[in-house]
Design a protein around this ligand. Structure first.
Ligand code: SF4
Length: 341
């Protein structure tokens, strides 16, 4: 996930390691498997081209490996076939400069090369969004070699996702872009297509971001807010930001009081050490505090690193470890959890 306020460039610093995290780095495990989430809505299926299977340039697995934010000559908008959403997610990158106000040790944005695009050009972005929405809804997208092997049941538009190579809510005209994209969605996508904001919640207190969130609310929007820690120390170790943990927690609580939100949590080994029971218990407590304050959390997504992270001392947890975290969260808070190994 890619997401955040006072911007800091991901310079690949080493985290302030103390105690149990102070061990020698180990190699990265990039194994990925995925548990499918059932989203049965099939109203936006695109038509199947009869020759598609013959023309397929790759396998279904290849389609799922396409996480690139590059599509043709587009600079801001790209389609991805998502196993989790069981359809096509149209990504909108509001941070082409790859700058973020977090510097997560697990960040999967490739910052080894500088981006050619530094600024969001609204007109260009909206033109790309219209083009990609039309390609998906007409089915033409699946004639493209990258998408030709997409299984038929995934040939549906599921959502427009605002994320990118940094925190999308740091974009200065966040409310305006959400408003314009919502207009594009009404014109070129079915009503059930979601608008998803993938965010680190650091900027929710800003008035223009709140305006953008309320536009999302009116357009089948959903907020996926990241929370990877239960304690300030662990938060600082993982996210490497000056933004106080309290600000993130307050923003999540306040947003969840206005609409149900999804929490996205990534847990990992740091130098081969997983988060301990105390950290997970505190994490569950923070979620419980949101609920106790009147916030609604519809799902807690628990996942781990799936691609090359920013730091080589970060490695994936096992499915068993993720399931144990989910059980602990569920039994403490009663919240619904989903595990993505
Ligand atoms: S994972 Fe962290 S550092 Fe990377 S884009 Fe998201 S918030 Fe920023």
């Amino acid at each position: 996930m890619e997401c955040v306020g006072e911007r800091s460039v991901h310079a690949g610093q080493t985290p302030p390691m103390t105690g149990k995290y102070q061990q020698m780095p180990i190699s990265v495990n990039t194994n990925t498997t995925s548990r499918l989430r059932d989203i049965p809505d099939r109203k936006c299926f695109a038509p199947m081209n009869r020759d598609q299977s013959a023309n397929s340039a790759g396998t279904t697995a290849d389609v799922f490996r396409q996480h690139s934010r590059l599509f043709e000559d587009n600079r801001f908008v790209y389609p991805v076939v998502s196993r989790r959403s069981q359809g096509v997610s149209v990504g909108v990158n509001l941070n082409p400069d790859k700058v973020c106000n977090f510097d997560c040790i697990y960040c999967q944005v490739d910052r080894r090369s500088e981006s050619e695009t530094q600024f969001v050009e609204m007109d260009q972005l909206l033109a790309e969004l219209t083009q990609v929405l039309q390609l998906v809804s007409s089915g033409e997208l699946f004639n493209h070699p990258k998408f030709a092997s997409t299984p038929q049941h995934l040939r549906r538009l599921n959502d427009i996702a605002f994320s990118g190579d940094g925190e999308p809510t740091t974009f200065r005209n966040f409310d305006e872009i959400i408003e314009q994209a919502a207009r594009g969605r009404s014109l070129h996508a079915a009503a059930e297509v979601r608008m998803v904001l993938i965010t680190n919640a650091s900027m929710f207190h800003r008035p223009h971001v709140q305006r953008g969130l309320s536009i999302l609310d009116s357009n089948n929007g959903q907020i996926w807010a990241k929370l990877d820690a239960g304690t300030e120390d662990y938060y600082k170790l993982i996210e490497r930001t000056k933004i106080p943990f309290r600000q993130i927690l307050d923003n999540i609580r306040d947003a969840a009081k206005l609409r149900p939100i999804v929490i996205q949590s990534l847990f990992m080994n740091v130098n081969d050490v997983p988060p301990d029971d105390h950290e997970i218990a505190e994490f569950a407590k923070r979620l419980g505090e949101v609920v106790a304050a009147g916030g609604k959390i519809e799902l807690v997504q628990i996942y781990t690193v799936a691609r090359q992270p920013a730091e080589s001392f970060v490695t994936a947890l096992t499915e068993n470890q993720l399931q144990n975290i989910a059980m602990q969260v569920n039994s403490t808070t009663g919240l619904q959890t989903a595990v993505y190994p």
